[in-house]
Design a protein around this ligand. Structure first.
Ligand code: ADP
Length: 447
């Protein structure tokens, strides 16, 4: 059953049972009050008859045997639908007049009334029996119940029709956005990311809709990244593979003879493939890698100096200098192997970037929240256009120098990933032709 129908039905059922309940209570209490009214009216009627008889007894005196009285009392009994028993002063029955109609549901009530003469002398008494459930009243009550039920039924049906219309509009208002949201999720499942916010005044639905739009956007970005990534990988793998197959073909066709140089070429291509595959593995945000961490207290000053020293040869080849400003004995809980990998990558990029005679600076200092490592150079710098992309996988600044040096474009993306895994951040600033500066921050309370 559709959510909308279910909601409307439940709403209706609730209203309907409420209306039924209230109608029941109303009919019951109306009938009760009407019964009380009838009983009071019946009492009044009997009192009036008795007071007529008493009045006559006072005025004319009372004689049981007098024919006039007998006719009179017989007439009262018959026309008033009552039984009258006349008793003398000694409570002996003197006469009986029966006018009560008999039926199965009789509810008889007997009352006794004293008869006195003008001097207040007791003449005898009357026992009057009347039926509280007499057919006339029963008819009246039934008519009343019918009338009350009829009008209540009319009001209730009007109410139910109104509630039906209300239930429909309320359930539509609640379910329409939900149906729209569910249609959107179905579209999302088919990779259709065109999600527009669903208008609704219900806050939860607004939040759900906003979250769905956000999810769609992230999925779209992820999808695009996946696509780009797949294209990048196949593109990167293609070059060494093509080289290998061309070289092997030439060997097989006898166009090339296998010598040291050919072996070197083959090895170089295989090496490039291995580097790409290894790099790819590392550049993924693989949770399993966390298990390979060896977080330990590290004297970062000492380790940074060691790494810097290993670059002396490469810097010297470029006739440059690597200046260090390292705050002494800075300690950090980190993985020294990963830290070495990050700093090595930044320093080797800097060495590649500087012109002969250029300068590289390595700074290590204690910041407010943690340790700050800066690697800067006065090398070629990075253009504004390229700067936002240098942490992307396989991104290489397209320059003739880079083409000559032939990096994989994975170094910085791996570094960024490793820095994040160590709980730190990496920032870059650069100006083309002036130099580049990478800054790493490692919070000290992170581990
Ligand atoms: P690669 O392994 O090809 O060096 P990276 O991810 O390490 O790849 O670097 C990405 C791009 O950023 C490269 O094209 C490189 O030229 C450029 N780059 C990195 N560091 C510097 C730097 N210090 N100065 C100028 N360009 C740099």
């Amino acid at each position: 059953m559709r959510f909308r129908s279910k909601l409307a039905l439940q709403f209706l059922a609730l209203l309907f049972s409420g209306v039924l309940f209230i109608a029941g209570i109303l009919v019951y209490s109306f009938t009760e009050s009407f019964d009380h009214l009838l009983i009071r009216l019946e009492g009044d009627r009997i009192s009036r008859i008795v007071s007529d008889i008493s009045y006559m007894a006072r005025q004319t005196g009372f004689s049981f045997r007098e024919e006039g009285w007998q006719t009179q009392l017989q007439a009262y009994a018959r026309y008033s639908n009552i039984n009258i028993v006349v008793l003398d002063q000694d409570s002996r029955i003197q006469a009986r007049y029966e006018g009560l109609t008999k039926h199965s549901d009789q509810k008889l009530e007997v009352n006794s009334y004293l008869l006195v003469d003008a001097k207040q002398k007791e003449l005898g008494s009357l026992l009057v029996t009347h039926d509280l459930n007499n057919p006339e009243y029963r008819q009246l009550r039934e008519n009343f119940q019918k009338g009350a039920l009829g009008s209540l039924a009319l009001v209730a049906s009007l109410f139910v029709i109104a509630s039906f219309l209300l239930a429909r509009s309320v359930s539509r208002r609640v379910t329409e956005p939900i149906e729209e949201l569910s249609a959107q999720t179905a579209r999302l499942a088919r990779n259709d990311y065109r999600i527009t916010p669903v208008p609704s005044k219900v806050r939860e639905i607004q939040t759900l809709s906003a979250n769905l739009a956000y999810l769609a956007h992230s999925l779209e970005v992820q999808d695009q990244l996946r696509l780009d990534y797949a294209q990048d990988i196949s593109h990167e793998l293609r070059t060494p593979l093509t080289n290998l197959s061309l070289e092997l073909e030439a060997l097989r066709d006898g166009l090339l003879t296998f010598d040291d140089e050919v072996a070197e070429h083959l090895e170089a291509n295989i090496h490039q493939l291995t580097t790409i595959v290894e790099g790819l593995k590392e550049s993924f945000d693989d949770a399993a890698q966390v298990n390979h961490f060896h977080i330990q207290p590290v004297n970062l000053t000492q380790l940074s100096e060691e790494i810097a020293a290993s670059f002396e040869g490469a810097v010297a080849q470029k006739k440059g200098q690597l200046l260090r400003t390292l705050e002494p004995a800075l300690n950090l809980e980190t993985d020294p192997k990963l830290y070495r990998q990050i700093l090595t990558n930044l320093l080797s990029n800097a060495v590649k970037a500087i012109e002969p005679g250029g300068t590289i600076r390595l700074n290590l200092s204690q910041g407010k929240k943690g340790i700050i490592v800066t690697v800067s150079d006065n090398g070629v710098g990075i253009s504004k256009k390229a700067l936002p992309h240098i942490f992307d996988r396989f991104y290489r600044v397209d320059s003739s120098r880079n083409r000559k040096l032939g990096g994989s474009g994975l170094g910085l993306s791996i570094s960024k990933n490793l820095v994040h895994q160590l709980g730190g951040e990496i920032y870059v600033s650069s100006r083309e032709g002036l130099g580049t500066s990478f800054q790493l921050t490692f919070p000290q309370d992170n581990h």
